[in-house]
Design a protein around this ligand. Sequence first.
Ligand code: UTP
Length: 315
Amino acid sequence: MDAAAEVRKVVIPVAGLGTRFLPATKSLPKEMLPLLTKPTIQYIVEEAAASGLDDVLFVTGRLKRAIEDHFDLLPSMEVHLASRGREDLLQRVREPAALASFHYVRQPSPLGLGDAVLRARHHVGRAPFAVMLADDVYVADPPAIAQLLRAYREAARSVVAVTRVPRDEVGRYGVVALPPGADPALGRVAALAFVEKPRPEAAPSEWAVVGRYVLEPEIFEILERTGPGAGGEVQLTDALNELARRGRVDVLAVSGERYDVGEPIGFVEATVALALSDPELAPRLGRFLKGLLSADLRPAAARGPGGSAGGTGCA
Ligand code: UTP
């Protein structure tokens, strides 16, 4: 039987507070911040849909209504655009709702990613399922989650995406312990253990967990028994560690470009990269960036009187 053919459901937790984007996220979900004209969450759902995941469950929370509205129809806008013959815009407005079937479950308070995933138990049932985090936007072909689904199909074991990070950054991630000499960039590798946010000197490797997973439903029974871990939150990493102890989970380095849009600098990088890959935007943005880079970028105080750091300038 083709196990991956059964994976139709994806869980997308969006109940976090997004504190790194305050004050923007006081009233706006960080997942709705736009990369060019599309909110980041649409890139995630498009990746899921392109990989055959047509049943999306958002684990949502207070202040996240805008996500529900985005993946719904908006008849008043459609009537308005249709009356003006704007077929191009009509298409853009309708697109999100057509990507998948959408379901919602609430996480009453942000107790951690593990707690958020556990909220999906009823909807997912006893089938394998995908988890995608909206903080990680991938530009990849095949899509990142499709690469994991393929790996899942090969072995019907849970599989988690990892990426290599500099050792001084491991403390921001869950980190995997691997068998000696194993290289997840060459193919799936059995995970020996997972550690959440280790100190650099204590990290078992430089391979960090990123936001793409295909999980067997046994994760729910493990999460039920997982108490708060690092930062006082219920960590998915701790449940993955139990899966590793049972010898039931692999890791794989997916190929492609990953942008961490959960933090402002990664968001800027993603915006610039996407704009530079757009033939309409690239020429002007390229000129703008070249101008900035050739200007003197030292702070004004260091440049002395009359110094300029570039910009378009105004009279
Ligand atoms: P983050 O660690 O990025 O937390 O969560 P956050 O609240 O979104 O952002 P910051 O760190 O305060 O800026 C990773 C993913 O897990 C979800 C988040 O929505 C995000 O997609 N999450 C986290 C939940 O759904 N519930 C939680 O309790 C925690």
